[in-house]
Design a binder for this molecule. Structure first.
Ligand code: 8YV
Length: 317
């Protein structure tokens, strides 16, 4: 008898066909499984999910051995809890580095050079009526502070090297062998930077890391670009800072209560907004879905996924 896999949400491209030799596949949605007592899924040993596996979901599945999560970020997966029950968690890093880094550079340039505003300026006829658009700010010669120099942060730093700006970084610990200047103190880095790129993992450890002090230190000409999680920035404090002119501009791919975006942000000309699309290309999303499959296969064949999250390292035999 084959093992049972529960797929939460719609994977596109679909992954069920690729796994039907290994598992009997059940489908559910986030809302459905949240409301269910789990009785129908007592035999489920593996879950494929879009970053969603809270503690109460894990506790509904007594036979669970492995959670394969789509995305590099797994702040919605109770990984410590899973590890404490001997359940492994896999995620999909690396394959999205290029696209997320490219999106970051795009959003940075679009925000500093006011791409969206300029597009509106042309389309609305304002150019013809009012003449040249106001000047914008250059990235060249500026200091860009990267908050979180992980795999994607490093890809961003590498791509920034052709823009003639100085890259510095903040993370919990200094990284050996990195040429960029390290700041252990985020406020100090923000004072020395013109731009902050936020690309650190979400979750309780980074909740509201970018607070009023950081934004004030970045200052009225400063720009924030966020490709990590909305929760990493104090969103209300950012709205106040932007509207009071204490912060210059923001390029935001992620928000505190997605897909809800505060209306006031939508009205600001110094803000560029995206609907959480850092990795959202056909190529990268297909590679991420494939990694969800490959992590499950590796777990079944070799006892651990290709990309095991650090919380579960202790489970390796
Ligand atoms: C995806 C992401 O949008 O990988 C991540 O952590 O934020 C994105 O690439 C997300 O995983 C979709 O569920």
């Amino acid at each position: 008898m084959s093992k049972e896999l529960l797929i939460i949400g719609n994977f596109n491209p679909p992954i069920a066909d690729k796994l039907s030799d290994l598992y009997t596949v059940h489908h559910t949605t986030k809302d459905e499984i949240a409301a269910s007592d789990g009785k129908n899924f007592q035999g489920v040993t593996a879950v494929a999910t879009f970053g969603y596996a809270p503690q109460n979901l894990i506790d509904k599945l007594p036979s669970l051995e492995m959670i394969s999560s789509f995305g590099v970020g797994y702040d919605g997966v109770a990984a410590e809890h899973a590890a404490s029950k001997g359940i492994m968690v896999g995620h999909t890093p690396d394959v999205l580095n290029d696209d997320v880094a490219n999106t970051t550079i795009m959003l940075l340039l679009a925000t500093m050079r006011r791409l969206v505003l300029h597009d509106k300026y042309v389309r609305s006829g304002a150019w013809e009526k009012n003449g040249d658009a106001p000047l914008t700010r250059s990235i060249a010669g500026k200091t860009v502070g990267i908050v979180g120099l992980g795999r994607i942060g490093e890809a961003i730093a590498h791509k920034l090297s052709v823009f003639n700006c100085e890259v510095v970084y903040h993370s919990r610990n200094e990284k050996p062998g990195v040429a960029h200047r390290y700041y252990g103190d985020l406020v100090e880095m923000a004072s020395a930077s013109d731009v902050l790129i936020v690309i650190t993992p979400g979750g309780p450890a980074t909740n509201k890391l970018i607070n009023t002090d950081v934004m004030n230190a970045l200052g009225p000409d400063g720009t924030i670009i966020n490709l990590s999680r909305g929760t990493v920035i104090d969103e209300q404090a950012m709205i106040s800072a932007l509207s009071e002119g204490r912060l210059g501009a923001a390029g935001l791919d992620v928000f505190e209560k997605e897909p809800h975006v505060p209306e006031v942000l939508c009205k600001m000309d110094n803000v560029v907004l995206q609907p959480h699309v850092g990795s959202a290309t056909e190529e990268t999303r297909a590679a991420m879905a494939q990694r969800v499959v490959d992590n499950l296969r590796a777990f079944e064949m070799k006892g651990a996924p290709i990309n095991l999250v650090p919380e579960c390292e202790k489970l390796r035999s």
